[in-house]
Design a protein around this ligand. Structure first.
Ligand code: NAD
Length: 477
């Protein structure tokens, strides 16, 4: 289904004004000839203009809450339109995009409510007649750098807690998906966020992203994206002792034990592996299965892949899985399948589908720990199936990667489920649920190369990253 929507201009948002004319063109991944947006391209001077600290931190909590809550209402009212923008620039299905926009609105609402709560504690003092309390202070100007795969949800779960805590934000969205982030900024501006409290800067990571990370007045940087970029950002931020939070890739395992129902297990695997076109950091990319159930799970997963994950334009109601985000990503996905074959894997299903950026869901059996497909993040609808003998071996294989983001187990054995939760090296553990999909009020993050593992995102814990603790002693005699 093609639409007749005109291409949208996306400028930088600096000091409350949309500035800069666009040169970076983004085409619809479902229709490569359809121009979706034209975005301004900045450099270090753009970042310099955006880093400022207008009055916001001294607004009361309830005043900040009013802005975030109103923005949530505006985004809810506009959800259908914003979801169409999101589908056209990123590619996911309309159902997935609508869910993402609603999630962004809920995140605004959640952190709006958080503004109302007390933000410190009172403590007993060793000195008589002395009251002691703590205050959570905002950091100042914070930088937010986000990827393309959740172009409105991830910016919202970084920007909302930063604003709730009283910070000013300079955000740099991924170049492929600037329009969805603009829609979020529009809601906040119309909800009464003062000019300059949220700024958006666009351009390359090397120029604009690094200028933001290196800026001496940016107190902290929260980044979600790939490992190599995260490592670079960590180096730049740490050099000047700025606070930094990184959430990066995954190689998320789903373990299926012999006692499981194969249909249920395959349904959970498919949702985690093929939902969102596999383009989620928490996507299932390794299916680790014990012997008696192995063939039945693979057969069922192959059936589900064909029946329930038909690729197509996300705006087409028939489409069950959107296109891959870009030509480069599709080439990379298909290259991983070729490599898997060369290394001895068997590609049961999965190929470039006919035309455009469409790929059918891929299942590769016969993968072992030494294979590239068992170790590297693909970031597409590709599930590597690995055979193991028992739970102990499954956990050992699952942990034998440099990542530790999300992990799941499918079993009815309570003891096995608890052993898995205790011994798996991952920040998120799911029992009888897909590895992807998170609640917004629950801490989220990984370990090993998936995360800096210092501060968690989402939930109340997100506010810790954006604040520092001041201890106050008051003599009362
Ligand atoms: P990416 O690392 O290429 O880009 C992410 C952001 O960093 C973009 O805004 C980009 O412009 C910017 N950037 C690039 N180079 C930079 C530099 N040198 N300095 C500063 N900024 C720079 O990632 P992507 O391709 O947009 O997203 C896919 C990756 O994101 C995958 O690896 C995925 O696992 C990861 N991801 C992780 C999570 C999580 O929460 N753990 C969530 C979603 C995506």
């Amino acid at each position: 289904m093609t639409t007749t929507l005109a291409p949208q201009e996306v400028g930088h948002l600096i000091g409350g004004e949309w500035v800069g004319s666009g040169t970076a063109e983004r085409y619809n991944p479902a229709h490569p000839g359809e121009l979706v947006s034209v975005t301004a391209v900045g450099d270090a001077s753009t970042v310099e203009a955006a880093v400022a600290q207008p009055e916001w931190s001294n607004r009361t909590g309830p005043a900040r809450a009013a802005v975030l809550t109103r923005a949530a209402e505006l985004l809810t009212v506009r959800a259908d339109r914003v979801a169409v923008d999101l589908v056209r620039e990123e590619g996911k299905t309309l159902t997935e995009a609508t869910g993402e926009v609603q999630r962004a609105a809920e995140v605004l609402r959640f952190f709006g409510a958080a503004c109302w709560r007390a933000d410190g504690e009172t403590l007993p003092s060793a000195t008589p007649f002395t009251a002691v309390y703590t205050r959570r202070e905002p950091l100042g100007v914070v930088g937010v750098i986000t990827p393309w795969n959740f172009p409105i949800a991830i910016p919202s779960w970084k920007i909302a807690p930063a604003l709730a805590a009283g910070n000013t934000v300079v955000a740099k969205p991924a170049q492929l998906t600037t329009l969805s982030t603009r829609r979020l900024a529009e809601c906040l501006a119309e909800a009464g966020l003062p000019a300059g409290v949220l700024n958006l800067v666009h351009g390359s990571g090397a120029l604009v992203g690094e200028a933001l990370v290196a800026h001496p007045d940016v107190a902290a940087v929260s980044f979600t994206g790939s490992g190599p970029v995260g490592r670079r950002i960590h180096g730049l931020a740490s050099e000047r002792m700025a606070r930094v939070q990184l959430e990066m890739g995954g190689k998320n395992p789903l373990v299926v034990l012999d006692d499981a129902d194969p249909v249920r297990a395959a349904t959970i695997a498919a949702a985690g592996g093929f939902g969102l076109t596999g383009q989620a950091c928490t996507a299932t990319s390794r299916l680790i299965v014990t012997p008696r159930i192995l063939d039945a799970v693979v057969e069922e997963l192959a059936n589900i892949a064909v029946r329930r994950y038909l690729p197509g334009d996300g705006l087409d109601p028939e489409a069950q899985m959107g296109p891959v985000v870009s030509d480069g990503q599709l080439t990379s996905n298909l290259r991983y399948l070729e490599l898997a074959k060369a290394e001895g894997g068997d590609v049961v299903t999965g190929a470039h589908a006919a035309q455009g950026l469409y790929q059918t869901p891929a299942i590769v059996t016969g993968v072992t720990s030494g294979h590239t497909l068992a170790r590297e993040e693909v970031f597409g609808p590709v599930v590597a199936v690995m055979a193991v003998n028992d739970l102990d071996e499954a956990i050992a294989v699952a942990n034998d990667v440099p990542f530790g983001l999300s992990a799941g187990v499918v079993t009815n054995d309570l003891r096995a489920a608890h052993q898995f939760a205790a011994q798996i090296a991952a920040g998120v553990v799911k029992v009888n649920r897909p590895t992807s999909g998170l609640d917004l009020n629950v801490p989220f993050g990984g370990i090993k190369e998936s995360s800096t593992n210092t501060y968690r995102e989402q939930g109340q814990g997100a506010l810790d990253f954006y604040t520092w603790t001041k201890s106050v002693y008051v003599g009362i005699d």
